[in-house]
Design a protein around this ligand. Structure first.
Ligand SMILES: [Mn+2]
Length: 200
């Protein structure tokens, strides 16, 4: 199901589908806009089914509860929350409206792509591996953005070609991009989740 949210700075659409219909999704996400920032996490629990769902849900709860903290702190808290789970891969990003700055950090196979209004597409490169509560250092990066940029964060159940990425970034709005992608993603190899947004 596609969900659409229209807020003051950010319009975003999300879509999730389980690999096996009726089975719980091992991916989780959370997105929230405040007066000062927009924050989003997409997480994929290792394996599939309930154990994967439990792991990814823990990280999402951390971000829900602590969304005012910086990305580095959130990564550490998420990592801690994954102790005694199978582990998860995740990407967290925070858009600071006043500074025109996007802060991001990822571990493992969750992709984050930024489409600037100039047409430039930036791939946020995650660190390889996964988190399971073991001590880890995080490499938080920043991108200066132009108003009107689009982003997409998605789990590895989705594969996007270069033309797909360009089409998403050229879409009029996240809702249109989401329905385009939903059609594209009819073959299900894994749980899938994407969050597409436009920031003005
Ligand atoms: Mn996956």
């Amino acid at each position: 199901m596609i969900e659409n949210n229209v807020h003051y700075h950010v319009d975003w659409s999300t879509f999730q589908r389980s690999k096996v219909e009726g089975q719980c999704n091992g991916d989780s996400y959370f997105a929230k806009e405040t007066d000062d920032y927009f924050i989003c996490i997409v997480a994929d629990g290792l394996g599939s089914g309930q154990a994967a769902h439990d792991a990814s849900t823990k990280t999402v709860k951390v971000v829900e509860e602590h969304h005012n903290k910086n990305v580095d702190t959130l990564m550490s808290l998420c990592n801690k929350s994954l102790q005694y789970t199978r582990g998860a891969v995740l990407t967290i990003f925070k858009v600071h409206f006043k500074k025109n700055l996007l802060e991001y950090c990822g571990v493992g196979n969750i992709r984050l792509i930024i489409g600037q209004p100039s047409g430039k597409i930036v791939h946020a490169i995650p660190k390889s591996g996964f988190l399971s509560g073991k001590p880890a250092k995080f490499d938080v990066r920043e991108i200066e953005y132009q108003a009107g940029f689009m982003f997409i964060a998605y789990s590895d159940g989705i594969e996007l070609s270069s033309p797909d990425k360009r089409n998403v970034m050229k879409s009029q709005n996240p809702k249109a991009a989401a329905s385009y992608l939903r059609q594209k993603c009819s073959i299900i190899a894994d749980d899938m989740t994407f969050v597409i947004g436009k920031v003005t």
